[in-house]
Design a protein around this ligand. Structure first.
Ligand code: SAH
Length: 317
């Protein structure tokens, strides 16, 4: 598919046939399993200033925290015991966690028998290589937007070129590479989204997270509109057509915008969901965007989610 065609499809009056095709392609290529990943948000300290993100270093209202290595490993243990097979370690770009500390955490979680996905922002080739050697399996780094000008406006630190270079390094080192982007960023057009989808393909992504932008009150984008859920689902469906075998999560932000839509996203190509296992009160403090969160119950939350997935006729794993 070319850019022009993708733009036309995003704008279709009746998208239902595309949803059906995306759902069929999902079933043929990934089956009916929905992978449930445990995400531990281990630090919300960040050196960057991404305009949309509540963790950006200029947000003085954010209550900052850093989990200790022991807290992180205890949480991972609980998640593994609850049945999770993948632990996602996510954080702001927190220089306190240098590669040796992260490596120690990765090694220990691998010994528990779980796969490890890292999502800690941009790292150097050397850091990425070190962590791969420690056993990290996958790396999630959303490119956020494939439009270089929009990227520059939203990111006072860093460039799209650097982000893409980092993603290429991730790929080169043999990680399963995950990227993704937001829908509804101020100034974004359908052409931008088409470009985002094509970049996923170009980057050889095995995972792609596509979610609506949600304005955070303590950021420069506080007054902007949230991203559209229908457009988000369309982008997920097209990502499924472009990357038939990829793991495509239903993003948490989609659930935040509209609880119902979240289940529907499983019908338009998605096959993965992440569940926060971050202990309270850290979970509440990891506020990328505002969301109503319930208290963490690692075992109970997973059971509930498994039940919801079964009710959709799918198989939780
Ligand atoms: N520091 C890591 C993790 C970032 S947070 C990194 O740089 O990759 C994970 C994702 O949350 C981001 O990649 C971004 O796509 C998303 N995000 C941040 N702010 C958001 C907002 N206001 N609305 C929706 N998604 C947001």
């Amino acid at each position: 598919m070319e850019k022009k065609e993708l733009v036309q499809m995003l704008a279709l009056e009746d998208f239902e046939p595309v949803y059906r095709r995306a759902d069929a392609v999902r079933r043929e290529n990934t089956g009916d399993i929905v992978h449930i990943r445990a995400i531990i948000e281990f630090s919300n300290i960040c050196r960057r200033q991404c305009l949309y993100c509540g963790l950006n270093s200029t947000n003085e209202k954010a209550v900052r925290y850093r989990m200790s290595v022991k807290e992180i490993l205890d949480t991972a243990r609980q998640a593994v015991d609850a049945g999770y097979r993948t632990i996602v370690l996510q954080s702001g770009e927190d220089p306190h966690f240098h590669k040796e500390t992260l490596g120690e955490i990765v090694t220990a979680i691998k010994e528990m028998g779980a796969a490890v996905t890292l999502s800690c922002g941009e790292l150097t080739f050397e850091e990425l290589r070190y962590l791969k050697n420690c056993g990290a399996d996958r790396y999630l780094l959303k490119h956020e937007t494939a439009d270089p000008e929009l990227y520059d406006r939203l990111h006072p630190c860093g460039t799209l070129k650097e982000r893409v270079e980092c993603l290429k390094n991730i790929n080169r080192l043999g990680y399963e590479t995950g990227s993704g982007f937001m829908i509804g960023l101020p100034g974004q057009t359908l052409e931008t989204i088409a470009g985002d989808l094509l970049l996923l393909k170009e980057l050889n992504c095995k995972m792609a997270g596509i979610g609506p932008f949600i304005p955070h009150p303590d950021t420069p984008l506080a007054g902007e509109k949230a991203g559209d859920t229908e457009l988000t689902k369309r982008a997920v469906a097209l990502a499924r057509l472009l990357l038939p075998k990829a793991n495509l999560p239903v993003t948490t932000s989609l659930g935040v915008v509209n609880r119902e839509e979240k289940d529907n996203a499983f019908a338009c190509g998605a096959n993965v969901i992440m569940k926060k296992v971050t202990p309270d009160p850290y979970k509440q403090a990891y506020e990328i965007y505002p969301a109503k969160l319930e208290k963490t119950d690692v075992i109970g939350d997973r059971k509930k989610l498994e039940e919801q997935i079964r009710q959709l006729g799918r198989i939780p794993l």
